[in-house]
Design a protein around this ligand. Structure first.
Ligand code: BTN
Length: 274
């Protein structure tokens, strides 16, 4: 009998794996059989000014309006994916002001978790996509509110969507060559999520720890590659020379750049031919 997918069973797995974290999350794990988007639900909760939302986890078995970066939608069918959001509502828990590192750190935590439950090796496409065998298996959408006057992050919502076994039949035609499958050995999603949460909180705790970005670079699909950079104003070809400690890209345009100048970018996205 498969274990029921529920907040109770996620917390039970977590209490074995990481009792301290289970204590932080205990009454704050919300499970939806279906919702529009766990990130949207997290924002609604935050707008209600409830006390102590830090560490709240929202998990859904399916989403009707899953959201991705740059206004895209995220395909979130029933049963075959993991869709969750985590709320961090105090800067203390984001450890310093490493806002730009939240997504790269979360990507490393997802890679560790998938690799614990699968024989596949994960790679990261800057900034937020996890790939296995050239197909996307996970996307991360981090949304937050930066309080510029106090120079702190009021809150961050880390939304993670992982395709674990989508059937070819249900994947929309336009996504058929894009959506991958994490091919997990064990399909106890409760245990998978408990492991993911434990890895995520551990990696977010690390301050000034070079190993996280070293690993991010080692797993990069774009480092030293020629890619198309897509910003809000232009689209051009460039070589990715480095990924900085802040998770920014150092790029060099391949055209109209006789002096081989380099640029640092931290928004937009890159596309690479697989
Ligand atoms: C991307 O691919 O650009 C990011 C996708 C992020 C999807 C997850 S699923 C859980 C959470 N809720 C959402 O609506 N989006 C994130």
């Amino acid at each position: 009998m498969p274990t029921e997918y529920s907040s109770k069973n996620i917390l039970q797995s977590l209490s074995i794996l990481n009792p301290e974290l289970a204590l932080l999350i205990q009454d704050k794990c919300i499970f939806f059989e279906q919702t529009d988007s766990t990130n949207t639900q997290a924002k609604i909760l935050l707008s209600q000014n409830k006390a102590n939302l830090n560490g709240t986890i929202l998990v859904a078995n399916s989403q009707t309006a899953g959201r991705g970066r740059l206004g895209r939608s995220f395909f979130s069918p029933q049963d075959t994916g993991i869709y969750l959001s985590v709320i961090f509502s105090t800067i203390q828990d984001l450890y310093e002001n490493d806002a730009t590192l939240i997504t790269p750190k979360a990507a490393v935590a997802v890679c560790h978790t998938i690799e614990k439950f699968s024989s596949n090796k994960c790679q990261i496409k800057w900034v937020n996509d996890i790939f296995i065998q050239k197909k996307k298996v996970c996307g991360i959408l981090t949304e937050g509110n930066i309080n510029t006057s106090k120079k702190i992050i009021d809150y961050a919502i880390i939304g993670i969507g992982i395709n674990i076994q989508p059937s070819k039949k249900e994947i929309p035609q336009e996504l058929i060559n894009i959506v991958g499958n994490a091919e997990l050995f064990e399909l106890d999603k409760n245990n998978f999520i408990a492991t993911l949460l434990s890895n995520l909180f551990e990696v977010l705790k690390k301050e000034n720890d070079k190993s996280v970005m070293d690993e991010y670079r080692n797993r990069s699909l774009v480092l030293n590659k020629i890619v198309t950079v897509i910003s809000s104003t232009e689209k051009f070809e460039a070589k990715i020379l480095n990924i900085t400690e802040k998770g920014h890209l150092i790029i060099q345009r391949t055209q109209n750049n006789p002096q081989n100048l380099t640029e640092e970018i931290f928004t937009g996205e890159v596309s690479i031919r697989m």
